[in-house]
Design a protein around this ligand. Sequence first.
Ligand code: FAD
Length: 337
Amino acid sequence: MRSVRVVVVGGGVVGFSTAVCISEALPSCSVCLLADRFSPDTTSDGAAGIVFAAPFPDIPLERQKRWFKDSFDHLLELAQCQASPDAGVILSSGWQIFKDVPAVKKPFWSEFVIGFRFMTDGELKRFPHHKFGQAFTTVKCECSSYLPWLEKRFRKAGGLVEKRKVTSLQELSDFDLIVNCSGLGSRTLVGDTQMYPVRGQVLKVEAPWLKHFIRDGDGQTYIYPGVHSVTLGGTRQEGDWRLQVDPAEAESILERCSRLEPSLRKARVLSEWVGLRPGRRNLRVERELVLLQGRQVPVVHNYGHGGFGVTLAWGTALDAVGLVKHCLNELPLQAKL
Ligand SMILES: Cc1cc2nc3c(=O)[nH]c(=O)nc-3n(C[C@H](O)[C@H](O)[C@H](O)COP(=O)(O)OP(=O)(O)OC[C@H]3O[C@@H](n4cnc5c(N)ncnc54)[C@H](O)[C@@H]3O)c2cc1C
């Protein structure tokens, strides 16, 4: 019997991953997901969805490795099964190239992706302005398909979904436990002033001849072939809240990408998009007690994934489930009955 009422706030990749993981792991919970925006209108929807990460500075690397590995294994399995076309998850091979040899040549996730190696001098010849490169196979997870797929999986596990803006956690005092996956919305919802936007602009172009990704190690320029189009990026503008496409930036993206891959000069532009990454110095997966209508209610936070939310969503969702379990053990008996 389902008796503990859990609410998840957030309908992006973090919210739906967390809601799925809770409802499947904890059948004693009835889980309701609330969000004011759903696919195709979330930040997650526009992300290229390449599985790749840079470390958060103050989180133990072992924990970040676990997040990466859990996510990678989950998505790799999806990419290699019948569900792959529905879920929008595919394998993606390519190169990350650097103008100068980086201080860390082997990133922390190199042991989890497939076939990580340094590029040979021969391979680097096609990038004359770059001195060093990494070749590997990772996963690309396209949220415009993946979010609807996760929603179906969540509903199948008994989850409920409601479109609603939450202005204060006080509105959720009817629930036994709150899970906050509101991304950048956490700045207002829980007053987290450490949250800031990192604006990103991208283009989608038609270039079906491109099969390999190319990412400049500075994170500013990338070419990610996907299921129906190729994503070209990008920008990383901290503190910039503008959601409009900037034509000068679009031109600069096309120019930078075409320098890496000249055939892109012939590609047709299909769409342009801007999203705000939920920036935070350190991603937050932790629990606390909040006083709501005179009652201490456990809140599990899972937000602040910055530019790596698609990459880390499943791993941090599993971590959040662990925190939910802790909270359930401490709930007063009447909530569990
Ligand atoms: C240009 C660009 C490219 C990117 N590329 C990649 C990539 O290749 N790989 C990668 O891993 N990541 C990438 N990212 C980052 C990724 O998009 C984010 O990290 C991820 O989408 C964060 O997911 P989220 O669920 O936390 O947030 P969101 O997708 O923003 O979802 C937040 C949810 O919370 C809801 N919400 C917020 N506040 C409230 C409220 N008060 N009441 C009700 N609902 C609320 C919103 O409606 C929404 O449903 C990219 C981002 C950008 C902008």
